[in-house]
Design a protein around this ligand. Structure first.
Ligand code: GLC
Length: 426
């Protein structure tokens, strides 16, 4: 009897253990349609792999909040999450918490992906994460309103944008839409502001905050000038509340038809074009404006997300299989067509179905290829602190708490203390 009892317990434990081992939990983003897309992909994986359960855990929208959550799991060495969706800026900071995907078959597929992203995700020769989708900042503009107000095309410089936004806003308000704004963007104190502000600075010949060779350049007149210009938008062509805006706040306002221009990532395109939205068929995307200085040219911050397998996973093999499936050619194609999420696999930019759904993947290919990286590799494992110091300083200027000259001088001192890097000109 006792033997039977223990036998039963053992059998239950074995079955339970096997079942647990066949479950993979993926921590994923939920901005726009992201969650629905990854849930559908998980379903496809499960249909092709009976006996495996793929759970999707949705995580906070703001990159900083998501990182905070991940760090709690890592600190506990938790095996609860097997696959993490990680930002393009995190491989350096988080490398120790991920397995080397080359140990789990990534070598066979890695060459399909853009070299620069693979390089970004490689730390000490280890592939920390497989590229999933890439991102670059774009200017969304209302084609109908540009025509109505006599503008031939989207603005080429920030000054032009400022003037066009003001003209359209004045006109729309006079016509009765008191909720209308000229320009919406990401002004909250978080990673998104680092992206927007890097675009202003890089487009104005003001460098990249910290250059790839480890020189702090952010305290320069071109950077100061363009941050002052951005501060002048707050409460004029942009709502005062823009200093609390993230991606979704800007998208919802633009999508409701209440803004002439928006800075956002590609995901907002397919949502805006969905039949039934106020702006479907009434907007397009272009490169962001250039700075007004001689030599100024458009700059888009490089964004994007990868899939890494936790070093604390109980089943890294299966987890890696799920990650590689999610990042595969077929799956990236579905995400591109349904969610205008940019593939990391070049031939998908020539795929007719992809181009039909997101024509700008072809037209703006150069923008995606030439996007400006944030200084995450050179400052790893301290990028998160560097970025936080940067966006806090910029946010202080946007809210009027500090002038740009003082803010950049203080930031330079902070960055020096944080990194030990020298200062120089961009
Ligand atoms: C987007 C980008 C990511 C960036 C974030 C900032 O999700 O892909 O790289 O850090 O926006 O909000």
């Amino acid at each position: 009897m006792r033997k039977l009892f223990f036998g039963l317990i053992l059998a239950v434990a074995l079955v339970w253990g096997a079942a647990a081992a066949q479950t993979v939990t993926v921590a994923a983003g939920a901005v726009g349609q992201e969650l629905e897309l990854v849930q559908a992909a998980a379903q496809r994986y499960m249909e092709a792999n009976p006996g495996v359960t793929v759970n999707v855990l949705d995580t906070p929208d703001l990159a900083d909040d998501r990182l905070g959550l991940y760090l709690q799991f890592f600190e506990a060495e938790s095996s609860e999450i097997d696959v993490y969706q990680i930002d393009v800026i995190w491989p350096g900071d988080l490398a120790v918490h991920f397995v080397d995907l080359y140990d789990y078959g990534a070598g066979e597929v890695v060459d399909q992906h853009f070299d620069a992203i693979v390089e970004n995700n490689t730390v000490d020769g280890r592939l920390i994460a497989i590229p999933w989708f890439t991102d670059a900042g774009l200017l969304y503009y209302r084609t109908d309103l540009l025509e109505q107000y006599g503008f031939a095309g989207p603005p080429e410089t920030w000054t032009e944008l400022t003037e066009m936004a003001q003209t359209i806003q004045d006109g729309e308000r006079a016509a009765g839409n008191t909720d209308f704004w000229g320009f919406v963007w990401q002004g909250n104190a978080y990673e998104g502001l680092t992206c927007d502000a890097l675009e202003w600075i890089a487009s104005n010949e003001g460098g990249r905050i910290i250059e790839p060779d480890g020189v702090i350049t952010v305290n320069n007149p071109n950077a100061i000038e363009v941050i002052e210009l951005a501060a002048s938008w707050v409460g004029t062509i942009s709502p005062t509340g823009v200093t609390g805006f993230a991606e979704e706040d800007a998208r919802l306002m633009f999508q409701a038809g209440n803004a002439a221009f928006m800075r956002n990532w590609p995901y907002a395109y397919s949502l805006g074009q969905e039949p039934g939205t106020a702006i479907s068929g009434l907007f397009d995307v272009s490169p962001l404006p250039a700075g007004d200085v001689p030599g100024g040219r458009p700059a888009a911050t490089l964004g994007g997300w990868q899939l890494g397998v936790s070093a604390y996973s109980n089943n890294p093999e299966l987890a890696a299989d799920v990650a590689l499936f999610l990042a595969s050619y077929e799956e990236q194609k579905i995400r591109a067509v349904e969610g205008s999420l940019n593939p990391t696999i070049q031939p998908l930019y020539e795929d007719p179905e992809v181009l039909e759904a997101a024509p700008f993947f072809g037209a703006l290919f150069d923008v995606f290829i030439n996007a400006v990286a944030r200084p995450s590799t050179i400052t790893a494992p301290n990028y998160a602190q560097v970025s936080s110091a940067f966006y806090t300083a910029v946010h202080d200027v946007l809210t009027g708490a500090e002038d740009a000259e003082t803010a950049m001088a203080l930031l330079e001192l902070d960055l020096q203390a944080m990194t030990g890097f020298p200062t120089g000109t961009p």
